[in-house]
Design a protein around this ligand. Structure first.
Ligand code: HEM
Ligand SMILES: CC(C)=CCC/C(C)=C/CC/C(C)=C/COP(=O)(O)OP(=O)(O)O
Length: 303
């Protein structure tokens, strides 16, 4: 028989599952590096960094929990998600919704001392992910993750806003334009990242009635679009150099990382196995992490 302490521990573990910490870790990296770049290649004050990472964790964790509340019906149908706390009745729907909303409110409060724009951007991210992607697009259009992907691209803008006090109406675009490029890189990264996985999980999505691209347009079309979005993403990653936020060391690293990305994407055109799709999915995670680390290293070494 489990003791109350074990029950408390397993409940805590379930709340942790709701937040999706592994995804949060990559979201935080795409927040952290822009903070450093925006502040001219220096770390902002320690408390700013800590509050931004804490607020980012609360915002993304809260959004992920509300997503799991809303998607409890389809999560119960898909084999990848059916063991989550709600479909498994380990938490009640009100516990999940309450937790998600509480974290979301806390994120705003934690980010306010950083600056208002940072707090507003994070709350916009929660709103976009929960309302626009989860509640509206995910179940209604094949473009769901293309348009909805904008949510996951907001964290670099949160980081940029935290690293520099921007006034959108007064400051020159040079001060905030790099944030738009960082947003665009993650925006175009999302479809290859997700569609590689969606090809593997196609039957799951079909069973749940979610109109993901491989379900609606087939795998061949999905592979073509993966290559197309990969090209755009790589081109955008190079263009960051033109804004002089990063330099030639970054450019070299982005070229190597991009070439590997393209290799895995193109490989899926001739190798239709799930193993080939897994390789791109897994590399997509490493790619985004290394690309942002490359920005930081370039700035740290070459000023
Ligand atoms: C609309 C946009 C996105 C969609 C639909 C999406 C979808 C997914 C899905 C379905 C998984 C598998 C999760 C699982 O196995 O439970 C996944 C994994 C992952 N995603 Fe995304 N993703 C998106 C954007 C992002 C962004 C912006 C990031 C970070 C910058 C990210 C980081 C990750 C990471 C780190 C994993 C691996 C998680 C693990 O191994 O547990 N994703 N994504
Ligand atoms: C600034 C801010 C807070 C932005 C929000 C960023 C955020 C939480 C992005 C999450 C992206 C993601 C995991 C999508 C998967 O949803 P899904 O419903 O398709 O995946 P699932 O089937 O695994 O639930």
């Amino acid at each position: 028989m489990s003791t109350p302490k074990n029950q408390t521990n397993s409940k805590l573990a379930d709340f942790r599952v709701l937040m999706k910490f592994r995804i949060i870790s990559l979201l935080l990296l795409t927040t952290l590096i822009p903070m450093y770049l925006a502040n001219g290649g220096e770390w902002p004050k320690f408390y700013i960094v800590v509050l931004t990472l804490l607020g980012g964790t609360l915002a993304a964790g809260g959004a992920n929990a509300i997503n799991m509340f809303y998607d409890r019906d389809i999560d119960a149908v898909m084999s990848r998600t059916k063991k989550r706390p709600l479909p498994n009745n380990r938490l009640t729907q009100w516990e999940v919704l309450g937790f998600g909303l509480t974290l979301s409110v806390l994120s705003f409060l934690v980010l306010l001392p950083v600056n208002l724009l940072t707090a507003i951007l994070a709350v916009s991210g929660i709103f976009y992910y929960v309302v626009i992607y989860t509640m509206w697009l995910k179940r209604t259009t094949v473009q769901n993750i293309v348009i909805g992907g904008a949510a996951g691209a907001i964290p670099p803008m949160v980081g940029w806003a935290a690293g520099t006090d921007i006034n959108l109406f007064v400051d020159s675009p040079i001060k905030w334009l790099p944030a738009v490029f960082l947003f665009a890189i993650v925006f175009y990264w999302t479809p290859p990242h997700f569609w590689a996985l969606a090809i593997i999980r196609r039957e799951d999505y079909a069973k749940a009635g979610v109109p993901m691209l491989p379900v609606v347009k087939g795998e061949a079309e999905t592979r073509r679009q993966i290559v197309l979005y990969s090209f755009i993403m790589i081109a955008l990653s190079f263009m960051l150099v033109s804004l002089q936020v990063v330099g030639l060391l970054y450019l070299g690293l982005a070229m190597v990382l991009g070439a590997i990305f393209l290799y895995y994407a193109a490989n899926m055109m001739r190798d239709h196995s799930h193993a080939a799709a897994w390789k791109l999915y897994r590399y997509s995670l490493l790619y985004l992490a290394l690309l942002f680390v490359a920005m930081g290293i370039d700035r740290a070494l070459l000023g």
